[in-house]
Design a binder for this molecule. Sequence first.
Ligand SMILES: Cc1cc2nc3c(=O)[nH]c(=O)nc-3n(C[C@H](O)[C@H](O)[C@H](O)COP(=O)(O)OP(=O)(O)OC[C@H]3O[C@@H](n4cnc5c(N)ncnc54)[C@H](O)[C@@H]3O)c2cc1C
Length: 320
Amino acid sequence: MKNDQIYDLIIIGGGPAGITAGIYAGRQHLKTLLICKEFGGQVGKKAIDIENYPGFEKISGIELIQKFKNHLQKFNIEVQQDEVTRIQKEEGIFSVCTKTGKIFNSLTVIIASGADPRPLEVEGEKEFLGKGVSYCAICDGNFFKDKVVAIIGGGNAGFETAIFLSKIAKKIYILEYGETVKADPTNQEIVKKSGKTEIITNAQVKKIAGDKFVKSIIYLDRETQEEKELEVDGVFVQIGNQPATSFAKDLVEFNERDEIIVEFETCQTKTDGLFAAGDCNTGPFKQIITACGEGAKSALAAFQYVQKLKSSQSSENSSR
Ligand SMILES: Cc1cc2nc3c(=O)[nH]c(=O)nc-3n(C[C@H](O)[C@H](O)[C@H](O)COP(=O)(O)OP(=O)(O)OC[C@H]3O[C@@H](n4cnc5c(N)ncnc54)[C@H](O)[C@@H]3O)c2cc1C
């Protein structure tokens, strides 16, 4: 279904980058549509505390995103819950196509589609998804009350998952591929204090096994080359994220991690009028504050682009 109106700006994503872009676009009176699969993005699923967002010494992700949402609602921004499947540009106008079959047109687009969890890609992972395998402790943690769980990944995401699950599960294993874990010392201390978590390093996960539900995890001890099995009821995969950017492949350039290459100053991609902000671009520090900063930058750059475009169109018309 094609919508004939032309927006000044379409924002793809309702996480910190997209919401901030929306607030800035609203303040510049850009006619804006924000399309997102799930409002809140990664932060909206984070029940444990955020301690590095200025102005809030401690705030849960869910609370912070509610504040962002309230702020966005002060502006006249249209929001649609949908999934963008493709973007094209023809004769200076972007068409944004969605899963529900809608097509929206715009002079500029900001991609703020963040990232999806990176899968382990081992036997049993797909088979037991929703039957013991999960990528989100906030969403599924309560199914594991007094159970034994394994978390794959010894970075901050893995440790934060352990902190969250320590209030629910009986026993937690963290399996880390490398020789040492990579989480911040603060997260490591909290996990240690909970007394429920055993950390296994040099562990290469080979298989997730079970019958109707997960029963065990099989890993290679990379030091001894021995294959070992842990009896667990659940497996939380926390090995990082992969950018959700394939819908833009015709208009942008990617690095080797499928992150969109942008100019630092404006978050502009290789296509004029198309910007990429937050976790989906090549910025090395994937944080709420950096995503917000890029959302702001890209919305202001989109505003300048729209202004130039409209003033050149009106001077063309008046010279005819
Ligand atoms: C467990 C965990 C803990 C974290 N803790 C912290 C912390 O303490 N402090 C901190 O600063 N950062 C933290 N982060 C990182 C932070 O959450 C991210 O850097 C931030 O959310 C990135 O924001 P974003 O807007 O770029 O992307 P996201 O938050 O990923 O939002 C992306 C948005 O795009 C939407 N979307 C995706 N694809 C499409 C599509 N095709 N069509 C339409 N919409 C789409 C999604 O539904 C979502 O609304 C944490 C991350 C995780 C996973």
